[in-house]
Design a protein around this ligand. Sequence first.
Ligand SMILES: [Zn+2]
Length: 331
Amino acid sequence: MAIKNYLLIFICVIVGTNFIVDGNAELQRFEHPAKADGSLSILVVGDWGRKGNYNQSQVAFQMGIIGEKMDLDFIISTGDNFYPKGLTDEHDTAFEESFTKIYTAPSLQKQWYSVLGNHDYRGDALAQSSPLLKQRDSKWFCLKSYILSTDIAEFFFIDTTPFQDKYFTDPEDEVYDWRGILPRQNYLTTLLKDLESALRESHAKWKIVVGHHTIRSAGIHGDTKELVKRLLPILQANNVDMYINGHDHCLEHVSSGDSPLQFLTSGGGSKAWRGNYSWSSDENDQTKFYYDGQGFMTLQITQNEVEINFYDIVGNILHKWGTSKSLFSAI
Ligand SMILES: [Zn+2]
């Protein structure tokens, strides 16, 4: 009996300790300075790592040209960085074959900030965050979730793959690397709580959330219902300006009907042309642009204005959109 009681106390202490650690967990924060004039020029690409195939190299070439004109500050990758099954480990040569040897233009030798997609979880999901990759190519940076602060905007990178039920309930023949994720509901609850408090406390003029999976999309994957239910209300309650994602291999802009939030998909980094378009989302939301082919998105930010442009593979601007905030708008 005494042994049983001792065991019970021991378990309580362990559980209690974990709870405190989780309760205090915060998203790691990094800083990237804006240009001297206070502006930022960013390029966004997703769903790309195919060793140059499916027009990945052509997209990369055009990124280099547009990046040069824009004088990029950094590049965002919206995930599915390495197909079909992420990296096998931190030594996988796919890292050079799909990244270092593809994005060779001088203008693209800036910091890349990446999140993981579902395909990245089919390999060694921890490998992409290994310091060894940074040694192999210093422009690489990837963590599951983190905050990037600049002078005028804050970027909240969120690990969206563990939200989607089907990877757990019906993984088909795929094996996902859930190290660090389980127990899943604790992971998701903590992540959302940390995101919510970081957004609430942010004083940035522009708040931008980046994840791999769609919230609103007319592409083949459509809306991600788990994110509509759990993530979207937090974004809307905290005046997030944009949610940027990949996953659907297209370029897309959807405007929220009941908040200033813009849903922006940049998933055209390589294989595209699925031929699917089915809009069945909330009637309040408006699809402003949908392109089924390859390309990328750019984002130019100043204190008062944001402009986005979607480019195709030959450098045509397919869609342009902008918005402004007064100098003294409420934060
Ligand atoms: Zn994906």
